[in-house]
Design a protein around this ligand. Structure first.
Ligand SMILES: [Zn+2]
Length: 119
């Protein structure tokens, strides 16, 4: 069997850029996400905060590069939605999304627990 290339190939037309959205003040992109493929992909994302889990074993994150597992969290706002805090553990961990009120309650509870433990 012989495979032959089509006589002519035409590149798909370049998709026109999306109109810019107004980024949240904390968005690390800040340019309106005009490079997104679809409007629902124009998502604002804040700076990622990483908390190293010092009691977890080392994990290989790149070729011969080892680090402690971390918890990652950041603000995120999808088009037409209110911001949320997304958090996940590890490199591909299952994420948990908190409303701002839920994140605030979690933060207060964590702070309270630490204060109790430290006496
Ligand atoms: Zn943005």
């Amino acid at each position: 069997m012989t495979l032959t290339a089509p006589a002519t190939t035409t590149a798909p037309a370049a998709a026109p850029g999306l109109p810019a959205v107004t980024c949240a003040p904390w968005c690390v992109d800040g340019t309106g996400h005009t490079d997104a493929r679809f409007p629902e992909d124009q998502v604002c994302r804040g700076t990622t905060v990483e908390v190293e889990l010092t009691r977890r074993p080392l994990v290989e994150v790149a070729d011969d590069e080892w680090r402690r597992e971390t918890v990652h969290l950041y603000l995120q706002r999808r088009p037409g939605h209110t911001p949320v805090v997304e958090m996940y553990r590890g490199e591909l961990g299952e994420s948990v999304t908190f409303t701002l009120d839920e994140a605030d309650a979690l933060g207060l509870a964590l702070g309270h627990a630490v204060q109790q433990a430290k006496g």
